[in-house]
Design a protein around this ligand. Structure first.
Ligand SMILES: *[C@@H]1O[C@H](CO)[C@@H](O)[C@H](O)[C@H]1NC(C)=O
Ligand SMILES: *[C@@H]1O[C@H](CO)[C@@H](O)[C@H](O)[C@H]1NC(C)=O
Ligand SMILES: *[C@@H]1O[C@H](CO)[C@@H](O)[C@H](O)[C@H]1NC(C)=O
Ligand SMILES: *[C@@H]1O[C@H](CO)[C@@H](O)[C@H](O)[C@H]1NC(C)=O
Length: 481
């Protein structure tokens, strides 16, 4: 590192003209894993129109290859395809821009070649290593896997397709208890980590993991308009139908069609990668459930063509796509939507891969439901004092933080229609109105409105047993979203 730093300073002092516009795209950084041979890793970034950019790879100070390109005709973008590199490392990636007699350089250190996997979906993918069984042990074992590298895209939604990530939560990192155990439903994804670790145990070469997922999100949010149209869904109709102002996204993720495809997938199309794992479907038990046999296979197909095109053919056209069949949700359900989604996850074949979902693989988790999980049940009407303007995710995290399995409710009028609830943990009070299975928070005392709104969408009452003025609510909706 020191050697390169000196070199950089030296260059800068001799040639005072430098340009801050020269950079890599958001997801090229120290410690990253680039897709190995036979594919060519695509590297791209920004520069001055007309400038020449060279990208070189060094190992132990020996230059292995050098690629030169000119920054594009009318866009400030450059892109190179490296020669295929077999797995291994560490390499140094050195990029220089030559523009109007000046030279600017950037050095990326500790780069490995291996397989790069994208991990997508909703909260079951988002759940972190910190939250799993034996998390202390799992976190402590991070040090055994220095060649499994982590990256997490930030939660961003956009109305138009973005060409680079707007924000990054976790820039490429070596796994440590800290990088893996940031918080609850933040990063790093437990399913993604355990999958990558398992691959490393078997393949014994570097694995790069790119987490890009968001709890409570339906497949439509992750799908392009093109793939939704194949299933008769149109973003224009959807926008009219949905009263978005009514919903609060502090607990559920965004549901608007294509917004996460736009902001969290489209920007990644230009990197070369090996495959995708996906854990999603729960949010479609109440949105376009019957269409999931179309929307899910269509999204896989669309991601495959898009990643193939975006990487100039380097990401395999039929890259492997793995997904988790939904587990059980609760002992009794008021409808068959979970079984329907399970069936539709296989495009109604009942197995995968199949002729509509080639080169897919399915993990079955049907017997893995953990009803005692503190993260498993959405019951929180606790009064939590939050700073005003607290980031939305903080509000959601706090809601998830206090999850008693049972909540005692004191009914105001005794008929089960209007209740004042308090949690045993906080002793706070919330006025509730029960309408069918949906609980509405109508008044809150000293609680941030954001939390209240989150509770409104979280808490679905399954049963209410009242004895006199004391009610006990049970069977809350599982927090599988
Ligand atoms: C937790 O770790 C212990 C000791 O290694 C092991 O016996 C147990 O199976 C682990 N639990 C789970 C759920 O993996
Ligand atoms: C939409 O939400 C507003 C509150 O923001 C509410 O007043 C209105 O009734 C809702 N409309 C529908 C159709 O649900
Ligand atoms: C999807 O399933 C529904 C029934 O749930 C069925 O009517 C429809 O034909 C299926 N569509 C596809 C594309 O398999
Ligand atoms: C990335 O891929 C998209 C989709 O194919 C394409 O429109 C875009 O120009 C590509 N970006 C770069 C930097 O090549």
């Amino acid at each position: 590192m020191a050697g390169y730093l000196c070199f950089f300073i030296f260059m800068s002092s001799v040639l005072p003209f430098t340009d801050a516009s020269f950079d890599f795209a958001s997801y090229y950084a120290d410690h990253m894993v680039l897709q190995m041979a036979p594919a060519k890793a695509i590297i791209w970034g920004y520069g001055d129109v007309g400038a020449f950019v060279t990208v070189s790879i060094y190992k132990d100070y020996n230059g292995l290859m050098k690629k030169t390109v000119q920054v594009g005709g009318n866009a400030d973008i450059w892109k190179v395809a490296l020669d295929p590199v077999d797995h291994g490392g560490p390499y140094v990636l050195y990029a220089e821009q030559f523009f109007r007699g000046g030279v600017t350089s950037i050095t990326l250190q500790d780069i490995y070649f291996g397989d790069v996997w994208l991990c997508g979906g909703q909260s079951n993918m988002e759940m972190t290593v910190l939250q799993v069984f034996n998390s202390t042990k799992e976190l402590a074992e991070a040090y055994l896997y220095p060649h499994v590298r982590l990256f997490t895209a930030s939660l961003v939604q956009a109305r138009v397709e973005l060409y680079d990530l707007d924000k990054v939560d976790l820039q490429w990192s070596v796994p440590t208890p800290e990088t893996l155990g940031q918080g609850q439903f933040t990063y790093f994804s437990a399913v993604c980590w355990l999958f990558g670790r398992n691959l490393y145990d078997i393949l014994k070469y570097p694995i790069g993991l790119v987490e890009s997922c968001w709890g409570g999100t339906p497949v439509e949010a992750w799908s392009s308009a093109r793939s939704l149209e194949k299933c008769g869904l149109s973003i224009h109709i959807e926008r009219q139908k949905r009263n978005t102002s009514y919903y609060d996204y502090s607990y559920y993720g965004p549901e608007v069609y294509s917004v996460l495809w736009n902001a969290m997938i489209h920007p990644l199309l230009n990197m070369t990668m090996k495959g995708v794992i996906w854990y999603q479907g729960e949010a479609n038990t109440n949105l376009n459930t019957e269409l999931y046999n179309c929307t899910f296979p269509a999204m896989i197909e669309d991601w495959r063509t898009s990643f193939h095109e975006g990487s100039e053919g380097q990401t395999d056209r039929y890259f492997p796509f793995g997904f988790v069949q939904l587990s059980t949700n609760q002992k009794s359900e008021s409808n068959d939507n979970f079984p329907i989604i399970r069936w539709h996850q296989t495009a109604d074949f009942g197995y995968a891969p199949n002729s509509r979902m080639r080169n897919t693989f399915m993990a079955v988790a049907i017997d893995l439901c953990d009803e005692t999980s503190p993260y498993g049940w959405c019951v929180c009407v606790g009064l939590v004092s939050l700073r005003r303007q607290a980031p939305v995710r903080v509000a959601a995290a706090v809601v998830l933080d206090c999850l008693p399995l049972l909540v005692k409710a004191k009914c105001v009028n005794g008929d089960g229609k209007g209740c004042k609830l308090h949690t045993e943990r906080s002793g706070g009070i919330v006025d509730l109105e029960l309408a069918g299975h949906v609980m509405r928070v109508t008044a809150l005392t000293s609680v941030d409105r954001q939390v209240g709104l989150a509770v409104e969408r979280v808490a679905f009452v399954r049963s209410l047993h009242c004895a006199g003025r004391l009610c006990v609510m049970q069977r809350w909706r599982k927090r599988s979203y």
